[in-house]
Design a protein around this ligand. Structure first.
Ligand code: B16
Ligand code: MG
Length: 206
């Protein structure tokens, strides 16, 4: 008897990872190394600055903080250009139907994402109204696997952790949900989401 459902954004609601990838790959290209889609897997669910650190580590490069901030800003500007063309057609299968069904049953719905572009993306996808609370990278200090993002979301829904279920596609997100005291549905494959309470390929199967 779930009273609240908390959804990650990238990989659960929409595949923004492909746009993050294009923008990061361009930065790597400018820096003189190849950043592959396989490398990109390591950035899923990870904050922007931490993603940059991983990318630079892959390239074997180091830069002072001030230069890293400029690089991250440039990457984000390009990323925002890509996602400004998002629309409802890019919602992952079953998202709209599942969220609408939950709302009809009176289940509270929250977003729990690391992205600072989350509100912009929800607006583009035309699903902002389906959420009772939106907790994103602008509202949290501690990145997943820290449970902060999901604890704030559950507080905003005025529920207890054990009344909420988290939907996550990244391992760090699964850990964050469980650390918050919530059951976690993994979206993806069991090989990656080893610790999830249940693993499904997408919300369309629910
Ligand atoms: P931004 P999620 C995460 O979204 C992405 O998976 C991750 O690749 C990205 O670096 C992070 O958001 C920050 O995004 O640069 O837009 O602030 O899966 O937590 O919804
Ligand atoms: Mg994700």
């Amino acid at each position: 008897n779930m009273k609240g459902a908390i959804f990650d954004l990238d990989g659960v609601i929409v595949d923004t990872a492909k746009y993050h990838y294009l923008a990061w790959a361009k930065l790597a290209d400018e820096l003189g190394f190849k950043f592959t889609e396989e490398h990109n897997e390591r950035l899923k669910g990870v904050s922007r600055m931490r993603s940059l650190d991983i990318l630079l580590e892959i390239g074997g490069l180091e830069f002072p903080e001030a230069e890293k901030v400029v690089m991250a800003d440039n990457k984000n500007r390009l990323y925002v250009e890509y996602i400004s063309r998002l629309d409802e057609s890019e919602l992952l299968p079953g998202v709209k139907a599942y969220l609408t069904g939950l709302r009809a049953r009176g289940v509270g719905i929250a977003l729990g994402s690391a992205s600072k572009n989350a509100e912009f993306i929800l607006n583009k996808l035309n699903i902002t109204e389906l959420f009772d609370a939106v907790v994103d990278g602008n509202k949290v200090a501690l990145a997943k696997p820290d449970p902060e993002v999901f604890l704030i979301a559950c507080r905003e829904l005025q529920l207890l952790p054990e009344e909420c279920i988290v939907f996550e596609d990244a391992e760090a997100g699964v850990q964050a949900g469980q650390a918050a005291g919530m059951k976690v549905v993994g979206i993806g494959s069991r090989e990656v989401l080893k610790e999830a309470d249940l693993v499904i390929p997408g919300l369309h199967v629910l």
